[in-house]
Design a protein around this ligand. Structure first.
Ligand code: FAD
Length: 460
């Protein structure tokens, strides 16, 4: 084993500005509170940090942006390594693969790939970290076409508990490669990842908003459209109660609105007319039911997809809940609107359904621990405490929604959509959990890392 000089490490303690920088999280409702922390900018710094933790007997935790902090295992007593490895996103256009240093956000990969007429299976926000999103599964607006994002991972480079830098792919370390892809984390510190890209000429993307008074007819029309929607099209439909902030158009803050946003994937310029027609099939019946108060759907470049869902870019306290649902039918729409629609008293800033199906549901040959979701919709709802609204108020309302949706609850969950470590979670079967644990014991026999996410509160 190569030795590592532990002088590379500059471990910071609470009160130190470097500790504040390393523990910074996007979700302010779930602060990172380790015993010590550092930001690692090179592979050598990662190795030195792991060696330091081993020598000091400190468990190690890893993060990048803290977008997933509420779903992560508590960090008390640990050494937190924040990964911010330098280096550019490398695009191999011939193989259609991007090599991405840990610490990179999706916006940078979308930009680098766009120059080659390619795009990655990214999520709705440009600021989410590539590694944390992919290792937890990754639900992209393109996933109805290309499958769960983690299925596109080609290789993972990581520093394991013994301080070694490994490359795991389908040929080298195949068991570790299987476990890394959705197996709950805690296998080491990922320093770079390779992910498949796919061709996209253009997209039709955006969001349309209607007063929530029209939500019942609109949502039922949308739901019927989802039953046999083309795989190139993916949408979400949400009730939003947006606050009157400078960045929120006043027309959207005037009262609850129903938002339908999403993407039509257009692979070649020749497919543009077909893509426009697919967007019309979705939107024309909705626009005919009521005039939107705002409508940004348009034919544009792939970067437009990162704005369609209107995710916040500044850190915010988020309290929420998530379920994977079976087909809910019109009865389910009624029940959902009873608890999140107009007059429901819902304090949730956003609550609704992301459309699954298509390639989301297809098992992936050669895939990892998590490859697909057998569900029709991902429900998620979230509020932001402040003013008279407490965390407990939001949690109580989340429980009300959960109860209303019980008839359609599959009992399964998507790791990237889990909103808190307290919520019920079931991502994998018992056999998959045991297989991932066995790999974890092999690569980390002294349990320096442990699983990062509460994998299976209940096994399937
Ligand atoms: C505004 C917003 C929008 C989102 N949109 C989507 C979406 O469209 N689709 C979707 O699927 N999800 C989405 N998510 C969820 C997001 O994908 C997860 O929270 C994801 O885990 C974030 O990864 P991260 O690295 O940015 O976060 P972090 O909180 O930094 O990391 C989360 C976990 O990833 C692991 N990890 C991170 N870096 C490393 C590393 N270098 N080595 C080893 N493990 C590491 C650790 O287990 C860590 O606990 C969104 C979240 C937010 C807040």
């Amino acid at each position: 084993m190569t030795t590592v000089d532990d002088r590379y490490t500059s471990v910071a303690l609470p009160g130190d500005p470097a500790f504040a920088a390393a523990t910074h999280v996007f979700n302010l409702a779930a602060p990172a509170e380790p015993a010590a922390a550092l930001t690692a900018r090179t592979v050598e710094e990662v190795r030195a940090a792991v060696a330091h933790a081993r020598a000091e007997g400190l468990p190690v935790r890893v993060h990048t942006t803290g977008h997933g902090s509420a779903a992560s295992r508590p960090m008390r007593g640990s050494l937190l390594i924040r990964t911010d490895l330098g280096g550019a996103v490398e695009i191999d256009a011939a193989r259609r693969v991007a090599r991405v240093p840990a610490g990179t956000r999706w916006g940078a990969v979308v930009e680098a790939a766009a120059a080659h007429g390619l795009t990655p299976p990214h999520g709705s926000s440009p600021d989410v970290g590539v590694v944390g999103y992919l290792l937890r599964g990754g639900m992209s607006f393109y996933s109805r076409k290309v499958g769960l994002a983690v299925n596109g991972v080609r290789a993972v480079e990581l520093v394991t508990a013994d301080g070694e830098l490994l490359r795991a792919d389908a040929v080298t370390e195949p068991d570790l490669f299987w476990a890394l892809r959705g197996g709950g984390g805690g296998f080491g510190v990922v320093t770079a990842i390779e992910v498949d890209l796919f061709p996209v000429a253009r997209v039709v993307t955006g969001a349309a908003f209607w007063p929530a008074a029209h939500a019942s007819r609109l949502l039922k029309t949308w739901r019927r459209w989802t039953e046999d929607a083309p795989w190139e099209v993916a949408t979400s439909a949400r009730i939003m109660n947006l606050p009157p902030l400078p960045e929120v158009p006043p027309v959207l803050a005037a009262g609850p609105v129903l938002c339908v946003d999403g993407v039509v994937l257009i692979e070649t310029e020749g497919d543009v007319p077909a893509g426009r027609a697919q967007a019309d099939d979705l939107l024309a019946p909705l626009r005919a039911l009521a005039d939107p108060v705002m409508d940004t759907w348009q034919l544009t470049a792939t970067s437009g997809v990162l704005e369609a869902h209107m995710d916040p870019s500044d850190p915010v306290a988020i309290i929420g809940d998530h379920l994977l649902l079976s087909e809910i039918g019109d009865d389910g729409v009624d029940e959902l609107l009873r608890v999140i629609g107009e007059g429901s008293g819902s304090p949730l800033i956003t609550a609704g359904l992301r459309q699954l199906g298509g390639a989301y549901a297809a098992p992936h040959p050669g895939g990892g621990a998590l490859t697909h979701f057998d569900a029709a919709f991902a429900y998620s709802g979230a509020g932001v405490p402040g003013g008279d609204l407490t965390t407990e108020d939001i949690k109580a309302h989340c429980a009300r929604v959960r109860e209303a949706l019980t008839p359609w609850d599959t009992g399964r969950t998507a790791p990237t959509f889990v909103e808190s470590q307290d919520q019920p979670q079931r991502h994998l079967t018992q056999a998959q959990v045991e297989a991932a644990d066995a790999v974890r014991r092999r690569v980390d026999p002294t349990a320096l890392f442990q699983a990062d996410t509460m994998l299976n509160t209940t096994a399937l």
